[in-house]
Design a protein. Structure first.
Ligand code: COA
Length: 171
């Protein structure tokens, strides 16, 4: 992905590539079992070297955009957003997001960051469809996605819902 991509969300929030100084914070979040359950990802203990490898691998993937969610004034990392498995022909991609610390959730940071990414992909990159997978039991995430305009498309295994949003429906 472009290493200089920076998406201003509002006066408080900006999306930009992760800074090396924040790998320790990422490590902490990757070792949070509850967070990995919400993210539907398999938990595995992560050290700093794993974070570095994860970063290099994902930044080198042309079918992915990996961004940190930063508070503007303090430059504090509060979360991570990813655009994954980009299909450049179909102009489709899967999205993923988390706000790392519980105390930073419920403040609309995640919803606003996602709205900015969706606007960027639809308006500046001409994407057609964006989708994500979420557990139906993840009430806050479900609320956030419905608020943003995602609609349920399919019911997958283990209470996981496939949700999608289309450019033609919001433009
Ligand atoms: C899902 C997530 C990205 C949403 O971002 P956010 O900044 O918390 O979003 P919002 O503040 O807009 O909250 C969404 C809804 O959940 C509610 N909510 C979120 N956190 C809450 C909390 N701690 N306490 C009470 N309500 C909360 C909000 O009130 C809001 O509902 P409303 O619009 O009816 O008021 C964020 O909560 C998060 O990172 N969760 C953990 C990881 C995760 O689940 N990722 C998604 C995996 S699919």
């Amino acid at each position: 992905m472009r290493e200089d991509l920076e998406l201003k969300v509002d006066s408080h929030l900006v999306l930009k590539p992760l800074l090396e100084k924040d790998f320790v914070t990422i490590k902490k979040w990757k070792n949070d079992r509850d967070l990995s359950i919400l993210m539907l990802s398999k938990f595995q203990h992560t050290d700093l070297q794993d974070v570095r490898q994860w970063y290099v691998k994902n930044m080198g993937d042309n079918n992915q955009i990996l961004l940190g969610i930063y508070l503007v004034g303090t430059n504090k990392l509060i979360g991570v957003a990813r655009v994954m498995f980009i299909n450049w022909d179909a102009k489709e991609a899967e999205l993923g997001i988390y706000i790392g610390n519980r105390s930073d959730r419920g403040k609309e940071y995640g919803s606003k960051a996602f709205a900015r990414i969706i606007r960027y992909l639809f308006m500046e990159q001409d994407f057609n469809r964006l989708f994500l997978k979420v557990s139906r039991t993840n009430r806050f995430a479900m609320k956030s996605y419905l608020k943003l305009g995602f609609k349920e498309e399919d019911e997958l295994e283990n209470n996981v819902v496939l949700m999608a949003i289309y450019k033609r429906e919001i433009a």
